[in-house]
Design a protein around this ligand. Structure first.
Ligand SMILES: [Zn+2]
Length: 447
């Protein structure tokens, strides 16, 4: 007797570039116990919960490898700014953050991600123990890093290396293993080379991976050039941080030599196309990096710069931006993008043995995408339908770590109404505390 049977779906397991028709998946004790043709599976297994997936495409849960989850509270607050102006505004509001603000902002983020089919995310923020609670309460999977900022940053928050290390030590493996931790130096323009050297050494000593923003904007390039006479990527190379433990978010600016350095170091690059388009930053040379064999994964960044956490939408933008940039429709394929949002994401977070594909023995992170909607007909060319045609609202059912977390679009682990109400209240209170009302349109108290 299994826990869950997902039956007769069109399954894209992401164990290779293939599609299984009329396939069924057996979930037992949090893991995938069997995958195969429904004829065989139904003879051998029955389960407490049977899900008819015949009207769905079944794929691994999506993995968002770069976000600042509680910045859902900054949605719509930072439009029309980018670079240091964006950061100064964020920091001035974040200086008033409380642990409770981060909890409700993160709960809203978890809810939004689950509804969009994201089952795992990498977060980089403050009050990370509040994010731990949100992960536990919503039953999502996460890789968490407490931000380290030496220069600038919000007032009165712990942004030290020591704090980031203590957080990682305390919570790595929490939530029955659904949480893993990283060290979170913000960037080469807010952390000194000495501090980054210490991060590298601690990473080697402890095995914790490192999540950093890298080569993301013009102001970063200018600051690093003025201070150290080089580029952020070359600086990290000198420090020895370009290694397989590194998750480098953005990498918008990278010349041939720098791409070579990233490849040599076997660095994991995270791509967030929407926020970099919105901020007017530029196009990351993702197709080039993929051709070089660099592991590139996909993220949304925070809702303060995106402004949502819909990874299916991000996939479409990633699939569109490279052909535009290279003036070549073959620059990137739907399969490439699907891999970036699943198995490559798991590799970037060091959890590819547990997540990222539908494979016997892995933790059961599985999502069902509706196919009986007009924009998914005619039904053929499955990767194309997922990447170019589907959107986050097409996710019908979500299983995380073998638990049914959303069924028929209803999230079962949290009270959706309460989370949205608390997030709205938290947003209004945070803005008031930060003195930011003058730049905003008036918030309607009652509709
Ligand atoms: Zn970011």
């Amino acid at each position: 007797m299994a826990d869950i049977l997902v039956r007769r779906g069109t399954v894209v397991p992401m164990t290779g570039r293939m599609v299984l028709k009329e396939a069924s998946i057996v979930v037992e004790e949090g893991r995938i116990a069997a995958v195969g043709s429904d004829d065989v599976i139904r003879k051998e297994y029955s389960a407490d919960i049977e899900i008819d997936a015949s009207d769905h495409i079944v794929i691994p849960g999506l993995i968002n490898t770069h976000t600042h989850l509680a910045m859902t509270l900054f949605r719509g607050v930072m439009d029309g700014v980018s670079g240091m102006e964006w950061l100064d505004r964020a920091w001035s509001i974040e200086s008033n953050l409380t642990r409770e603000d981060v909890y409700w902002g993160s709960m809203l983020g978890c809810l939004e991600m689950i509804k969009g089919g994201t089952t795992c995310f990498a977060d980089h923020y403050f009050f990370m123990d509040a994010v731990v609670d949100a992960v536990k309460d919503s039953f999502i999977r996460a890789t968490l890093a407490q931000a380290i900022i030496e220069e600038g940053g919000p007032r009165d928050l712990d942004t030290t290396l020591e704090g980031s290390l203590n957080f990682a030590k305390q919570y790595n493996g929490a939530a029955s293993g659904r949480i893993t931790c990283m060290l979170g130096p913000h960037s080469a323009y807010t952390c000194s080379p000495d501090l980054l050297r210490e991060v590298k050494e601690l990473s080697i000593e402890t095995g914790f991976r490192v999540h950093i923003h890298l080569s993301e904007g013009k102001s970063e390039l200018r600051i690093v050039k003025e201070k150290y006479g080089t580029t952020p990527i070359r600086l990290l190379n000198q420090i020895g941080l370009l290694n397989p433990q590194l998750l480098a978010a953005h990498v918008v600016f990278a010349d041939e030599e720098e791409i070579e350095l990233l490849k040599k170091g076997d660095v994991n690059v995270n791509h967030n196309p929407i926020c970099k388009m919105k901020g007017g930053h530029g196009v990351s040379p993702v197709a080039k990096m993929l051709r070089k064999g660099i592991n590139v994964s996909l993220g949304t960044d925070g809702a303060g710069s995106n402004n949502n956490l819909d990874l299916l939408e991000e996939m479409k933008f990633a699939a569109l931006l490279q052909p535009l940039s290279e003036r070549d429709p073959k620059a990137i394929s739907a399969w490439d993008v699907l891999e970036m949002a699943t198995i490559r994401g798991a590799r970037a977070l060091g959890i590819e043995k547990e997540a990222g594909s539908i494979k016997v023995g892995k933790r059961a992170d599985i999502i069902l995408v509706k196919r009986k909607v007009p924009h998914m007909v005619p039904f053929h060319n499955i990767p194309s339908l997922i990447v170019y045609s589907a959107n986050g609202n097409d996710i019908n059912t979500v299983i995380i770590d073998g638990k049914l977390v959303m069924r028929d679009r209803k999230v079962l682990t949290v009270d959706e109404e309460e989370v949205m109400r608390k997030a709205q209240e938290t947003f209004e209170s945070l803005l008031e505390r930060s003195g930011w009302e003058p730049v905003l349109d008036k918030i309607p108290r009652k509709v």
